[in-house]
Design a protein around this ligand. Structure first.
Ligand SMILES: [Zn+2]
Length: 261
């Protein structure tokens, strides 16, 4: 049965009781780390051997609350003697700067002791992760007005943010990443969904409920909550259950919670 460990469920605003975004999806024996917000290396370490067993890291976009823990994860894997290859999937424009960042921290890819592979997402193109598991990135509008300002960057292109659809057999999960509006999810909801993990920082809960009306959705997990919702989670839960009677489960996971789907 697929499970998700909600390692960090906070938004980009530092919080005393929620870490930045990272989640571990365990499906058909594969361990997929979705987002690498701080302090994911510690949270994985807390749960045993996971730093060694992660198969891939899937980064939706380059905001620090989604990737800030990556260097520490790589260094931790090195220090713990990882030998298994690791692939990091991320937006294309991030690969060079992130590799330079790793280098600036006195880490070398050759010195890590395990093969590290960087792969850029290609919009709507499914990536085969083996064991019948695939992940398809769908670009959304979260970074539509963000332009790279690094030297040599093509100013006519905006930065990329993706929502991820992960499938294994009949199982279909959607990780929203950060969005510009709830309607960014609409094209992904035409097929049945076992679980949708959606952020709730950039739009109102009612907008999300409107988009989910008519969707064949078994479970909804709300994460990355804006302050207003984070302050009163039980009210949010009640509201969404009322607005979404057709959704089997509406959940607001705590950091550290593990849910089966
Ligand atoms: Zn975020």
């Amino acid at each position: 049965m697929p499970s998700i460990s909600f390692l960090g469920t906070g938004s980009g605003i530092p919080s005393a009781d929620r870490y930045f975004t990272s989640m571990l999806l365990l499906v058909d024996g594969k361990h997929l780390l979705i987002e690498a917000g701080e302090p994911c290396v510690h949270l994985l370490r807390d749960r045993g051997n996971l730093i060694q067993s992660i198969d891939a890291v899937l980064i939706t976009h380059g905001h620090v609350d989604h990737i800030g823990g990556l260097p520490a994860l790589l260094q931790g894997a090195m220090l713990l003697g990882r030998s298994k290859a690791l692939t990091v999937y991320l937006p294309e424009e991030m690969i060079s700067p992130v590799r330079a960042w790793i280098h600036a921290l006195y880490l070398t890819e050759e010195g890590l002791g395990f093969p590290l592979d960087w792969q850029s997402w290609k919009d709507h193109e499914a990536v085969d992760l083996g064991e019948g598991i695939s992940v398809t990135p769908h670009s959304n509008n979260h970074l539509i007005s963000c332009y790279r300002t690094l030297p040599g960057a093509d100013a006519s292109r905006h930065c990329h943010a993706y929502s991820l659809v992960i499938t294994s057999g009949e199982f279909r999960a959607i990780f929203s990443g950060d969005l510009s509006a709830a309607s960014d999810l609409s094209p992904l909801l035409t097929l049945p969904v076992n679980v949708l993990v959606s952020e709730l920082s950039h739009f109102e809960a009612k907008e999300l409920a409107a988009v989910l009306e008519g969707a064949d959705l078994h479970a909804l997990c709300l994460v990355h909550l804006s302050g207003e919702y984070a302050d009163d989670r039980s009210q949010l839960q009640e509201l969404m259950e009322e607005l979404l009677p057709h959704v089997g489960d509406v959940m607001i996971p705590e950091d550290g919670e593990v849910l089966d789907f």
